[in-house]
Design a protein around this ligand. Structure first.
Ligand code: GDD
Length: 331
């Protein structure tokens, strides 16, 4: 299946080594499963405090390396040990509200981890391809006439997290231009599905509904800004896109990844509530409001589709059902 040119030509997926930073996380665990199914040899990073339950079914089939990406020495050792052909750099502080509480930590964590990775690749003269997980949050303040958003839209981030992703994104560009690193930047729009951390909107609403159904919570769901408009893609479609990005994407290029379909958060909530037999009151929680919220994200993914043929396959309703069922099985 691997359609690889240049120095990977002739190598089947079986011989290709993939490294996933943040393998124990939501996207990392789905990506690792997909890579294994495609025949890659898979390694991944974790930290002492990482939760391992997302990868328990595949733990025996992947090489796990304890690594603090903020520590340059730790990253050097990681690459010497794993010698990857493909690197999927997912590890990051990824929750937008946390970035207002800890802006410095978000910036340092997200930016320095990636610099350490790039510098170690250079130092070790590793011939590898690197996908970096950038974000639609980089677009930030988008005006209605700018939608759907193409890659050349101005970047006007509205959170420290968005700024950290702009920095990661531009560093990817710069390291490609300066040193010829094979970096592919993916600006992914919202993605959801089973295993999503409970802080994120659809997962949070699903968990609350599951708790109410289980009689563990009064029939009231607490919500934040329901007027934001987002473009959701299922995580299982997103990880497929990441592999294609490294197989077929142009080095140095940036690609939007999303569904091209928008939904108001309030309508997504309505759809989830309809899936429950319980009568649930919706209550606004001022603590869930943000200092500034990105009003609309609507993805134009035509550049990526043209380069790779990718198109999302899992409908939004399926993502909602699977997320709700995931929490029903856990609360
Ligand atoms: N988390 C959360 N909780 N969000 C809520 C809530 C709530 O109770 N109520 C409304 N929202 C709104 C938020 O204000 C936001 O407009 C939207 O729902 C989505 O919030 P999140 O799920 O927290 O995601 P995000 O859009 O801030 O960021 C996600 O997408 C980015 C890509 O666009 C994250 O996955 C980022 O890591 C990712 O880069």
């Amino acid at each position: 299946m691997t359609c690889i040119d240049g120095f990977f030509a002739g190598k089947g997926a079986m011989e290709l080594r993939a490294l996933v930073t943040g393998i124990t996380g939501f996207v990392g665990s789905h990506l690792a499963e997909y890579l294994l199914a495609q025949g890659f040899t898979v390694s991944g990073t974790y930290r002492v405090r990482s939760r391992m339950d997302h990868i328990q079914d595949i733990q025996s089939r992947v090489q796990l390396v304890e690594c603090e990406l903020k520590d340059a020495n730790s990253v050097r050792q990681l690459l010497s040990l794993t010698r990857p052909d493909f690197i999927f750099h997912l590890a990051a502080q990824s929750f937008v509200p946390t970035s207002w509480n800890s802006p410095e930590d978000t910036l340092v964590n997200n930016v320095s981890s990636q610099i350490n990775l790039f510098e170690a690749i250079r130092e070790q003269k590793l011939r590898c391809r690197v996908q970096i997980a950038c974000s639609s949050e980089e677009y930030g303040m988008v005006y209605p006439e700018e939608t759907p958003i193409a890659e050349d839209n101005p970047l006007r981030p509205l959170s420290p997290y968005g700024v950290s992703k702009v920095a990661q994104d531009l560093l990817g560009y710069q390291y490609h231009q300066s040193y010829g690193l094979h970096v592919v930047r993916t600006r992914t729009f919202n993605h959801e599905g089973p295993r999503r951390g409970e802080a994120f909107v659809l997962s949070n609403f699903s968990k609350q509904i599951a708790e109410i159904e289980a009689g563990k919570k009064e029939p009231v769901i607490h919500v934040g800004n329901l007027d934001a408009i987002r473009d959701f893609t299922d995580v299982r479609d997103v990880v497929r896109a990441y592999v294609l990005a490294l197989q077929l994407g142009e080095p140095g290029e940036v690609y939007n990844i999303g569904s091209g379909v928008t939904v108001r958060i309030g309508d997504a909530l309505e759809a989830l509530l309809k899936m429950s037999p319980k009568k649930i009151e919706v209550r606004r929680d001022p603590a869930r409001m943000r200092p500034s919220d990105v009003p609309i994200l609507h993805c134009d993914f035509s550049r990526f589709q043209k380069a790779t043929g990718w198109t999302p396959a899992i409908p939004f309703e399926q993502t909602l059902t699977d997320t709700l069922d995931y929490w029903r099985a856990r609360v």
